[in-house]
Design a protein around this ligand. Sequence first.
Ligand code: AHG
Ligand code: MN
Ligand code: MN
Length: 325
Amino acid sequence: MQRLTPTLRHDGVGIELIALIRTILAATKEISFRVSQAELAGILGSTLDENIQGETQKKLDVVTNQLLKDMLLECEFVRAIASEEEPNSIAATPNAPFVVAFDPLDGSSNIDINGAIGTIFTIYQARGDVSDSDPKQFLQGGRKQVCAGYVLYGASTKLVMTTGGPTRGYTLDRTHGGYLLTTAEFAVPSSTQMFAINMANQRFWQAGFKAYVDDLLAGETGKRGKRFNMRWNAAMVADVHRTLEQGGLFAYPSDNRDKEKRAKLRLLYEANPMAMLIEHAGGKAYTEQTAILDIEPTDLHQRVAVILGSQDEVETCLSYLADNQ
Ligand code: AHG
Ligand code: MN
Ligand code: MN
């Protein structure tokens, strides 16, 4: 099986970007080890703090953020970083070529139950027209990502990443400590019978989305004419991973639970990297109106509705939304 660096070289990735990716992955190997140690590493449970999103931080949110932050601020190829757990972006090495944004720990509600969790990251070219600490470094459209990826800490630790070519999958080999290429190219099946949606939010959805899900649930007795099945890990990394492997539709639509917070997932370090991984595997990733990668970001912690996965199913879902405006 091929190692990571030769695969990246084969894909034409430059040495500076390879070094940066390897820095991120060094942090994920440490996170993977600590996650597997759980209680033994003292990393379960909550802190008394809230992050910028007003969410209670788990100890592991804080530990993983600190690890990634420390390693990236030391990396000579990183101009600035942004994190779900940091209110503002942070300047790193002046004149360095790249900026990195990350969700250090995705799926926080799974930490204490030994469930699937992950780390999501995205890399852009640094901008020369704004200062290093300016959040505008990160307000770049998703199509400008030079690398997007996640690490899933599941039964095994998996890396899924694209550097502009195919979406590739790697498995952490604990015997030598490196990521080995185990899926040369993901291809999301175009149709599906699987969906991943938090059904508890049903009463807060807009009419079009309700109508779409009603017809999924009606199965072979409704107008879709086929039976669907549902899976929900409550960790975007794990649900997107299943979607890449087996096809399906993953959605976190907008809802009216909270007027200040119409959508849950964050554009910069959740929706954009996942959208790039899905599109480069032949799938589709939309908000309720546009391709996620076409959004012009306005805020570091901006939230967007997400509908992604098998091409035909995403299109069907969007057609229900359009018919119920
Ligand atoms: P995070 O742990 O980084 O805050 O992200 C959690 C997100 C995402 O991973 C997942 O799809 C969703 O929240 C789960 O939402 P529910 O709590 O509604 O199931
Ligand atoms: Mn997350
Ligand atoms: Mn998180």
